[in-house]
Write a protein that binds this ligand. Structure first.
Ligand code: SAH
Length: 347
């Protein structure tokens, strides 16, 4: 059965219209779902009983069941959820000094096949609906309620390629951004893409305020192609052109994500080439320590090497940040926990 979290406010109004209800009921429902965190329709005491009965016939509220939760020493928590059809997804909660940040999955598995990434170990089985993404936030928000905390920040950086599930991801963002719901600010919401150019252009045309991050990981097509097959469909010159247009047209700063892989993309020459690619754009590079995955041979660049790469970038006129690792004592790399779970299921 469909989850009611799937519906944007507008879709909720339309759905209620088909049930002969006035549009204001949509806001009432949003309040119950997202402000009061209702877990059943029966709690919704100011809705007519007949409407509650109709909603119960058509929708569930939470689409997720917790399978396991791992908590690291730094309190990063990784959740494995089961969906109503039995498939599993991962979500991560990280604690920063600026607040609570949730990393959401957008698909079951992923078809992008980046060679360093554990998510691609399991091919895409299906897209997540908007409500299955919202459900990840709501589950964790209900936990945080007990500590009087809120989800401050959302990054769509879990398993899946958000721009390969564009419409559902846009609906999800609209749901959690809605003033009548969780009201997570657009600037506190980041979509990370491996670089699907037509969707970057479509995103640009909507003039939304969400942050856009691009997984770059290599400064040349020759290398990027080896790491990320998507580069064959959308090479760097096309990608950078679309990004320049987005950034200038929308007055938005871009984030380039760059995982440092020992001996693969972390030499001075790579840093200089990367700087040449980005210099002059309203952008910065987020250098990410690689989370090693058993199934491939990649190793992480050590801290000294990472700092040096950072220095070279800065010296060549490009702003960068060095991301700190979270939860390295649990299976925190994208797709790791799920890959392990699925293996143990089929073993
Ligand atoms: N498909 C989207 C979002 C999911 S991946 C994208 O490609 O951006 C989120 C980020 O984590 C990407 O930058 C991805 O390249 C990176 N990533 C994947 N596996 C990783 C690993 N083992 N260690 C560190 N970062 C990883």
């Amino acid at each position: 059965m469909q989850t009611i979290y799937d519906l944007t406010l507008k879709q909720m109004e339309e759905m209620l219209g088909t049930l002969g209800q006035k549009p204001y009921r949509a806001k009432q429902l949003y309040t119950w779902l997202y402000r009061k965190r209702a877990q059943s329709f029966d709690e919704m005491s100011d809705l007519p009983a007949a409407l509650i009965a109709q909603l119960k016939e058509r929708y569930v509220i939470s689409p997720l069941k917790l399978v396991t939760k791992q908590v690291a020493k730094d309190l990063t928590a990784k959740y494995l959820f089961e969906l109503t059809d039995g498939m599993t997804i991962e979500t991560v909660l990280m604690h920063f000094n600026f607040g609570e940040s949730v990393c959401v999955s957008s698909q079951v598995g992923c078809n992008m096949a980046c060679t360093f990434c554990a998510s691609g170990l399991l091919k895409k089985q299906r897209d997540l609906t908007a409500g299955e993404m919202t459900g990840q936030i709501m589950y964790i928000q209900r936990e945080l309620d007990q500590e009087e905390k809120r989800v401050d920040n959302v990054v769509i950086m879990g398993t899946g390629e958000p721009f390969d599930n564009f419409d559902n991801v846009m609906d999800f963002c609209a749901v959690i951004n809605s003033d009548h719901g969780l009201a997570i600010g657009a600037r506190h919401l980041t979509i990370s893409t491996c670089g699907i150019v037509p969707k970057i252009r479509e995103f640009a045309s909507r003039h939304l305020q969400y942050n856009l991050a691009i997984s770059l990981h290599a400064p040349t097509d020759e290398l990027r192609r080896k790491l990320m097959p998507v580069d064959r469909a959308y090479p760097l010159d096309e990608l950078m052109q679309a990004l320049r247009e987005y950034s200038e047209g929308n007055h938005r700063r871009l984030t380039f994500e760059y995982i440092l892989l020992k001996g693969v993309n972390d030499t001075d020459a790579h840093a200089v080439k990367l700087a040449d690619l980005i210099r002059g754009m309203n952008a910065y590079v987020n250098l990410i320590p690689y989370n090693e995955v058993d199934e491939n041979g990649y190793r992480k660049t050590d801290a000294k090497g990472a700092l040096h790469f950072y220095d070279v970038l800065m010296k060549h006129g490009v702003k960068a940040t060095l991301r700190t690792t979270h939860g390295d004592d649990i299976d925190a790399a994208c797709g790791q926990l799920r890959a392990k779970h699925e293996r143990s299921r089929t073993a």
